[in-house]
Design a protein around this ligand. Structure first.
Ligand SMILES: O=C(O)c1ccccc1N[C@@H]1O[C@H](COP(=O)(O)O)[C@@H](O)[C@H]1O
Length: 230
């Protein structure tokens, strides 16, 4: 599959149904402090809805600096396809966890290419590599899902060197330009598909359609495999 599209922050089975309708590849459930956080029971209901669908997206559990035991417990209880580690988890955490993972790196304003590469490279020097690095924008007080935009020029340099999923302030009307410039393996969005703080089915549809069109126009579409998915 050229170009993955992840829709993050599903809070209800209805959100998940709307995401499934778009044909998104991945949906995200937040288990970190956030207005989008779901309990284990709420997550179970969402997972059931997803798995009963005909073309289920992969389910990603998002954690921020949570204890490894807690991540492992939730990942196995819900049979998550992937975890997204969105805090300051060092490479050892991915090795100890042993679960397919996306590692988020929050780029700081003015961060140099060299500094960003120095932060990312250690994740690829171990026996347990992340499937991709998810680039988000640093916020001084919030952990993510802030709608803040990443430096796309820096992101493009990083995407030429590492498997990158681009996140951070993407919207239906900006995602095509971001994909054309950055050429990531995938894109991820949370606040850009919300209206009045809730997931909006029309914005979800518009985001996925725009991302799909943009990935198709890349002359050499990037590819990523997640659990046999192409
Ligand atoms: O979505 C959240 O509430 C969240 C909470 C804590 C850490 C990360 C979170 N979301 C991730 O943030 C990025 C960017 O989101 P946005 O599109 O800028 O709103 C994305 O990877 C979400 O998965």
């Amino acid at each position: 599959m050229p170009g993955l599209v992840k829709l993050c922050g599903m809070r209800t089975p209805e959100d998940a149904r709307a995401a499934i309708e778009t044909g998104a590849d991945l949906i995200g459930l937040v288990f970190a402090p956030s207005r989008r956080r779901v309990s284990l029971e709420e997550a179970r209901a969402i997972c059931r809805t997803v798995r009963e669908s005909r073309n289920p997206p992969r389910i990603v559990g998002l954690f921020v600096d949570a204890p490894v035991d807690e991540i492992a417990m939730i990942a196995s209880a819900l049979e998550l396809d992937l975890v997204q580690l969105h805090g300051n988890e060092p490479p050892e955490v991915l090795a100890r966890l042993g679960w397919p993972a996306l590692k988020a790196i929050r780029l700081r304003p003015g961060e140099s290419l060299e500094a960003a590469c120095d932060r990312i490279a250690p994740y690829f020097s171990r026996e347990r590599n992340p499937l991709a690095i998810l680039l988000d924008a640093y916020h001084p007080s919030l952990l993510g899902g802030t709608g803040q935009i990443v430096d796309w020029t820096l992101a493009a340099e990083l995407a030429a060197r590492f498997p990158i999923i681009l996140a951070g302030g993407l919207r239906p009307e900006t995602v095509a330009e971001a994909i054309a410039l950055v050429r990531p393996l995938g894109v991820d969005v949370s606040s850009g598909i919300e209206r009045d703080g809730h997931k909006d089915p029309q914005l979800m549809q518009a985001f996925v359609a725009a991302a799909r069109r943009a990935f198709l126009t890349l002359d050499r579409p990037a590819e990523i495999r997640i659990g046999g998915m192409r």
